[in-house]
Design a protein around this ligand. Sequence first.
Ligand code: AMP
Length: 301
Amino acid sequence: MLAIGECMAELAPLDRPGDYHLGFAGDTFNTAWYLARLRPDVTVSFLTAIGTDSLSQKMRAAIAEAGIDDSHIRTLPERTVGLYLISLDRGERSFTYWRGQSAARHLADDPEALARAIEAADLVYFSGITLAILEREARDRLLGTLRRAREAGKRVAFDPNLRPRLWTGPEEMTETVMRGASVSDIALPSFEDEALWFGDADPEATADRYRAASVETVIVKNGADPVHFRHGATGGTVAVPPLSEVVDTTAAGDSFNAAILAGLDGEEAMPALILRACRLAGIVVRGKGALVPFVPASLAD
Ligand code: AMP
């Protein structure tokens, strides 16, 4: 399994004002992190680009330490990784980003390396954020390579992860995200964002739109509300187990996606797989930060 995207350095506030903890996170990386724990029997790789400075080296070490294969990471000596800082104001988190110049923007610049990484995988995962950070030419290259991989029988999974601030405007975002969908077998959108930017009246409308873009399996997340799915000729809804408390929803969708991808090659029916994904996301929203340790056996019935 290969995840493609950006991992960033994260500075999260500690109890004493002015003290921060350095961590690493980013949507597709978070999914790779959960996947590596859910499927220790599978090689989970992460394709990105980093620098050669010590922060980049720390990131690579963190990726490898998580059991994620780092052999498809590009190294660009003149660049470094993106960074974000979390501020806490009476329990509300806000984020400040420094990612405009990050090395990850060049993750798809080497066509041979990109093709090699995708060739080595059975399942490739990317997101709307992956597309947003790339220059137009690199974006086209990534989408073209994924299209060919899909035609050659590989599975391609996509989370639209709509982040308007990363795009020049909403039209560029919605148009490019649907191009991402058109090369994908599996789409994992979140209804709240889709309703806002595509005007979908309900999760069925979201599922219809992705199915019309040739996606075979669509799973529409919707916070605490039921998950809607279409999978081949089947479809339905799965209720999300209620939680007594929600601490931090960071990476809820990323972990949910990991549990779905981890079970795609198994025997489990889609509703059972979705329920398991909800259980993992439920653990993640009850913990702090993007990467919440968990025991895979605790997700079983
Ligand atoms: P989202 O991307 O926000 O729609 O959330 C992804 C998944 O995280 C959902 O499908 C749920 O399984 C879980 N989740 C998010 N928010 C909540 C919540 N308030 N209560 C229970 N589960 C949640």
